[in-house]
Design a protein around this ligand. Sequence first.
Ligand SMILES: CC(=O)N[C@H]1[C@@H](OP(=O)(O)OP(=O)(O)OC[C@H]2O[C@@H](n3ccc(=O)[nH]c3=O)[C@H](O)[C@@H]2O)O[C@H](CO)[C@@H](O)[C@@H]1O
Ligand SMILES: C=C(OP(=O)(O)O)C(=O)O
Length: 486
Amino acid sequence: MSKIIVRGGQRLTGNVRVSGAKNAVLPILAATLLAQEGESIISDVPSLDDVNTIQQVLAALGASLTYENETMRISAQQLTTYEAPYELVRKMRASFLVLGPLLARLGRARISLPGGCAIGTRAIDQHLKGFEAMGAEIVLGQGFIDARSDGKLKGAKIYLDVASVGATENIMMAAVLAQGTTTIENAAKEPEIVDLANYLNAMGAKVRGAGTGVIRIEGVERLSGVAHTVIPDRVEAGTYMIAAAITGGDVHVEGAIADHLAPVISKLQEMGVEIEESDNGIHVRAASPLKSVDVKTLPYPGFPTDMQSQMMALLMVSEGTSIVTETVFENRYMHVEEFRKMSGQIKVEGRTAIISGGLPLAGAKVCATDLRAGAALVCAALHAEGETEITGIHHVDRGYVDITGKLAGLGADIRRFEAAEESAKADAMQTFTSSVEAAVSAVTQADAVIAVSASDKSDKTDNAAEKTDFKREKDVARIKAQPTWA
Ligand SMILES: CC(=O)N[C@H]1[C@@H](OP(=O)(O)OP(=O)(O)OC[C@H]2O[C@@H](n3ccc(=O)[nH]c3=O)[C@H](O)[C@@H]2O)O[C@H](CO)[C@@H](O)[C@@H]1O
Ligand SMILES: C=C(OP(=O)(O)O)C(=O)O
């Protein structure tokens, strides 16, 4: 089993460079499928497991690509299939983002229900509602979503019940080649949405209002491949800011954009961390003992849920009691149990966590339960007395480029140990077996719902029984969307 070992207590100093944003590059790479002509040249593409996965998805769909020196070149003129392979899609939630582009480009997309971090149910009903409003027919079954449109998609007015990042992106990508104008109301406002809109507009699309709650997309006839540089990763930047603060360090986070990090900066300042915007990044200094604060996660521009666990690590070492409220995902406290192993004093009541801070942390053997939980454990370990061994680091590889190298460059005592080949194989077998068991269980539950749906309609025609009731299928989507593999 691969692991990271950290000996806490080293003060971090120096400069760390932020990579391109995972959550921006994944939709942008999906959007390259929309280019009927020309080559897309995407720069600052971080070398992450998730990027590797979407690269394989694009290749499986017929795109040809190269990836060298953080630049990916993609030609998608000749797509060969509308079906994204199950074994890739199950690895990562963002692979579901090829649905919108495929539907727009080919009028058909077949894709399995997505995987990703097990931090909540992560429904996809808002994506499907958007595609249906644009005239697509959606059929769910056997763990797959089959979406078709009879001719071009049609512009529509779509109100999102939740300001979902993924649904906003997927609908935006479907709408750029649709007939007429699409309006997304209660759209997500994240910087990654704006980056995607900028890329689409450079391709020839007409997207207005990205970054606000209402996005208008006027469909165009054709889109072409163009060059685009991905924005810096605000979550990676925020993680290094917290790593600096938790060690009482003095660190320049190169490439970090202060505007994208406003809520994180504001909370760190409230705690007593000195933050200064520089020409090309953010400087973080933490000298005096830090104070407790309360944090509530919210869609952008609120405090990002992807920074909640790292912030909790910092609150554990800050004086006083802090309250964290997670409002975006219903199961994003799995790191708490691991923090407790490091002597963290945290009580969870529903969506609220109460942290008694200022007590010493001790090194322990812990496991990353998801991507940001892994990063948070690394942050806590940098402060803790003694050695912390962190397993489950394949989660961290989804979202951080060389976290050990970057932190070691700042003076951390941190090393990564790769699994011996044999034990890696054993891990893979174990993961595969659990995935199969989980998949069988999810499909069985979902099929039970489908069976109920079919028997309810037994007095109607065979044809009608085969057609799916959207409400029930939404339930199936919710069941199957429960990520059992991450
Ligand atoms: C690849 C990527 O960009 N991932 C980010 C994206 O995930 P993702 O796009 O999956 O997150 P969403 O914004 O869609 O999800 C937010 C909430 O909305 C709910 N929901 C979502 C869609 C839907 O159709 N129905 C529904 O009910 C989800 O269950 C969740 O509780 O935004 C999240 C929220 O900032 C981040 O934590 C993830 O890092
Ligand atoms: C939850 C995250 O990613 P994903 O949506 O890809 O699972 C994340 O980046 O913290």
